[in-house]
Design a protein around this ligand. Structure first.
Ligand code: AKG
Ligand code: FE2
Length: 337
């Protein structure tokens, strides 16, 4: 029987490279956290603390730019869903989110598109970078590289925790993992803004990582209608499981619903998210788990408001179209109707 969860566990990634006993202890904590809660704090993750501080500092500088500079890289200029959105542009569960944000992905060349190319191929392409803040590009691309390397290491630990071969998930991301970064600033509450920083949702990919500042706001639905604060904890990243891992493990791993409540008036919250996903042409298989684990799998806990698809590119595109109806209408009217 699982007991009531009142807080989010904290696990230490350095144990994974420790003695065999430490490694086993780490893997069982990982399995527990990922199955029972779907969220945990990760310390000693190996991403340089100084780099993280720099990324936070320069992200704040980005949001402090004059509005016209931010709008010069507005997402509406990008068919690849890259760029800036003002607060209340993105929609979750039909309601606007009170957060401004800057999205980027892997810096890759646009794919040639013909009549029979799948629509998700249009997602690949360059990022937009603000001319007014030249240090943003090298810094974020460096951070992206570090986050990708760390998160792929963690994904391999997940495979071991499930007693699958260490490289079980490798073919799903191949040479082109989906490396989505979202810099987010939640303004304080104001008249007429409501308190939805971001509405309740699950993330779609393999794993999500959040670098929080000092301001609370993130909440995790550990049981139906029971929300727990994921308070900021210094020197950790918050990690959560995406729907892709839930689907691949028949619900053994848990993609947990979460949301952000807007900060009080006069405060603000900065959260920097890294979402690791599979490559867009992958199809998610069902991994055969060892019998004792398979018995504990909950089955697919798909959200009826947001059905899942095993085709990674299609599923990711569906999410992007739903979150950004203006971009959808401008570049994807042929498929989003
Ligand atoms: O702001 C946060 O810490 C969480 C953001 C989030 O859940 C998301 O963008 O998917
Ligand atoms: Fe999320």
């Amino acid at each position: 029987m699982s007991q009531t969860v009142t807080s989010i566990p904290l696990i230490d990634f350095s144990q994974f490279s420790g003695s065999p006993d430490q490694r086993d202890a780490f893997l069982s904590q990982l399995r527990y956290a990922a199955r029972e809660i779907g969220f945990f704090y990760l310390k000693n993750h190996g991403v340089d603390a100084q780099l993280l501080r720099e990324v936070q500092r320069v992200s704040r500088e980005f949001f402090a730019l004059p509005e016209e500079e931010k709008l010069s890289v507005a997402m509406i200029h990008s068919s690849h869903f890259r760029g800036y959105n003002r607060a209340a542009s993105e929609i979750t569960r039909g309601q606007p989110d009170w957060r401004e944000q800057f999205d980027l992905g892997a810096e890759r060349q646009k794919l040639p598109v013909s009549d029979n190319t799948p629509a998700w191929a249009r997602l690949q392409g360059p990022n937009q970078w603000p001319a007014a803040l030249p240090e943003l590009r090298p810094l974020l691309l460096h951070w992206q590289q570090e986050m990708t390397a760390m998160s792929l290491r963690l994904l391999r630990a997940f495979a071991l925790a499930l007693r699958l071969p260490e490289d079980a998930f490798d073919a799903l991301y191949g040479e082109k993992p989906n490396e989505h970064i979202k810099l987010i600033r939640y303004p304080g509450r104001s008249e007429g803004s409501g308190n939805q920083g971001v509405g309740a949702h699950k993330d779609s990919g393999f794993l999500s990582f959040l670098l929080q500042d000092q301001q609370r706001g993130l909440q995790v639905e550990v049981e139906k209608n029971q929300w727990v604060d994921a308070l900021p904890v210094a020197d950790t990243l918050v990690v959560n499981i995406g729907e892709l891992l839930e689907l691949a493990t028949n619900g053994y791993l848990r993609a947990t619903v979460h949301r952000v409540v807007s900060p009080p008036a006069g405060a603000e919250r900065l959260s920097l998210a890294f979402f690791l996903g599979a490559q867009l042409d992958a199809v998610v298989p069902l991994f055969p788990l060892p019998e004792d684990l398979a018995k504990e799998a909950r089955g697919e806990a798909s959200d009826p408001l947001n059905p899942l698809f095993r085709d990674v590119g299609f599923d990711y595109l569906k999410g992007r179209l739903r979150s950004h109806p203006d971009v959808a209408q401008r570049y994807y009217a042929d498929i989003s109707g």
